[in-house]
Design a protein around this ligand. Structure first.
Ligand SMILES: Cc1cc2nc3c(=O)[nH]c(=O)nc-3n(C[C@H](O)[C@H](O)[C@H](O)COP(=O)(O)OP(=O)(O)OC[C@H]3O[C@@H](n4cnc5c(N)ncnc54)[C@H](O)[C@@H]3O)c2cc1C
Length: 377
């Protein structure tokens, strides 16, 4: 890759993380990898140096996740803990919140989950009803969340709730840090058909009482703060998808180069080679868009980054789903064996198409925001 797109430091980071990924590989122990990646400074590469981070941005953090994914050992909680929660706290937290959370999020000794999705709101986050009300200096949170990843392994969850605007009576989004064992904070594991280390949970917040400083950022700047976290989430989901797609494609290319059924390797048949070449192109293009989104975000252009991050997430998810599908097919029967480990990626690759924002909602966004077409809903 040219230095115009990635610096020497970026390429060195890619090489180093790829080596770490190769050592752990597909059959990795998640805890051990998380700990080592944290100690090496990779998990907090985007966080401020004064709080133990690497002082970089999404360009660097997305490289880490992509390379781990390409080695078969993506760390899903990177999408959430340093990317969303770390970013929001670094940008909008008080000194106390930064000092309490950032060093641990940076070295991986602490993890934070993120909860916005609700059963009745789904893709329409404007409809979320988890509500925070004041009681003296405290906040009291009530509501439900669904599909929240890693709540069991996270020290706390950054929960998107709403408070009532005193002037208009309208509910506005606000972010609260809810410790894992807070009284009234219940979780039930959802039985997902996903072969992943990180589990999803349904959460109940039943009058969860939190101190005043559980609120991250201003009560009045909720939306701005939320998007400061959601753009990194999309960039990181793109990194997750590009990495997974590269992993699957790598396995398929190796197999196609060796497997011989007639007198030549199956990779010499264009019916096998061309779809793999197509996936390679699609993954490269998606990565390019991811780099653009990361670059805009790191340069402080939240609006430009929003559009690019959505497009990158869309492109990466589609490229990943295609690459996994073609890779499984390339392996024939072996594509479905546990030994080769590709079939479970069929389900895993769909996650990037659905979360954190679905393919259709990105198409809606581009139709309305970019193309200026009218809304149907
Ligand atoms: C593995 C996994 C991990 C997750 N982790 C987290 C997490 O850590 N934190 C968190 O907050 N959430 C998490 N989520 C939730 C995820 O963000 C949601 O599943 C996603 O936003 C979609 O919401 P939904 O499932 O309610 O689907 P729905 O909103 O019910 O949508 C269902 C389908 O209808 C389509 N649709 C809906 N509205 C429209 C429209 N107007 N036009 C066209 N099509 C439409 C959607 O595209 C989708 O295909 C996770 C989900 C998964 C699968």
């Amino acid at each position: 890759m040219s230095t115009v797109i990635e610096t020497e430091e970026h390429r060195a980071l890619r090489t180093a993380v790829a080596a770490l990924g190769r050592r752990h590989g597909r059959a990795h122990d998640r805890e051990a990898l998380w700990q080592e990646a944290g100690e090496l400074g990779y998990l907090g590469v985007n966080l401020p140096e004064e709080y133990g981070g690497g002082g970089g941005g999404m360009a660097e953090l997305s490289i880490v996740l992509e390379e781990l994914g390409a080695a078969g050992c993506p760390l899903l909680m990177m999408v959430v803990s340093p990317a969303i929660c770390g970013t929001v706290i670094a940008r909008f937290g008080t000194e106390g919140q930064k000092a309490r959370w950032l060093p641990g999020l940076a070295d991986g000794s602490r993890t934070m989950a993120f909860g916005i999705t609700e059963p009745d709101a789904g893709s329409n986050s404007h409809r979320i009803t988890t509500t925070a009300r004041r009681d003296g200096d405290d906040w009291v949170l009530t509501g439900r969340k669904v599909f929240i990843s890693g709540v069991d392994i996270a020290d706390a969850t950054l929960v998107v709730g709403r408070t009532e605007d005193a002037r208009t009576g309208k509910l506005k989004p606000c972010l609260f840090v809810v410790p894992r064992d807070a009284p009234g904070f219940g979780r039930r594991r959802i039985d997902m058909e996903l072969d992943a280390h990180e589990k999803q949970f349904e959460l109940t917040l039943d009058d969860v009482r939190l101190p005043a400083d559980a609120l991250v950022g201003e009560e009045d700047a909720g939306l701005l703060q939320l998007f400061a976290g959601l753009n990194p989430e999309r960039i990181m989901t793109a990194a997750f998808a590009v990495g997974m797609g590269r992993y699957a494609l790598g396995r398929a290319v190796a197999y196609a180069g060796e497997r011989q059924v007639w007198k030549a390797p199956i990779g010499s048949h264009q019916a096998i080679a061309h779809p793999l070449a197509q996936s390679h192109i699609e993954l490269e293009l998606a990565r390019l868009m991811m780099q653009k989104a990361a670059h805009l975000y790191d340069a402080g252009d939240d609006t430009g980054a929003g559009e690019a991050a959505n497009m990158a997430k869309y492109a990466a998810a589609e490229a990943c789903v295609g690459a996994v599908d073609r890779s499984v097919h390339t392996l024939g029967g072996n594509g479905l064996t546990r030994e080769f480990g590709l079939a479970s990626l069929i389900t895993a690759s769909r996650v990037a198409r659905i979360a954190p924002v679905s393919r259709e909602m990105i198409l809606n966004y581009v139709s309305h925001q970019t193309l200026g077409l009218p809304k149907s809903y």
